[in-house]
Design a binder for this molecule. Sequence first.
Ligand SMILES: [Cu+2]
Length: 146
Amino acid sequence: MGTWISASALALCAAAVLAPGTEAQAKKPAKVTKPVKVKITSPLDGATVTAPVKVTLAATGVQIVPATVERPGTGHYHLYVDHDLTLIGDTIPKGTPGIIHLGRGQTEFVLDSLNPGPHRIIAVVGDWRHIPLKPLVADTVRFTVK
Ligand SMILES: [Cu+2]
């Protein structure tokens, strides 16, 4: 009798542990969430490059999708080219020189009109409303066009 109760209690316990997630999630160590990050993989910070400048981006912990996808955990890239960040809680403006929405879910963009000299790019991941993710997911590079 004591054995029967014990086995039953174990089964209940296991069910409770597995209930919130799938089996796959249950196999992972607890509390492992990928940090949400964006990186400008090219040009490199401090680099000297020739125009046109191809900007390439990589993200972890967030799925890069077209702006038409309204789903948590997704977003699209925005490039601030020689432009300061806009307010973090606000919609990222469209049609503003120096602010580019990669609204089709692109992971690269060619800047073909940069003049020779120093430049700065800030990449920001925003959601389908074009509002930056919170906390802010951004990366900055400074480079020089020959
Ligand atoms: Cu946008």
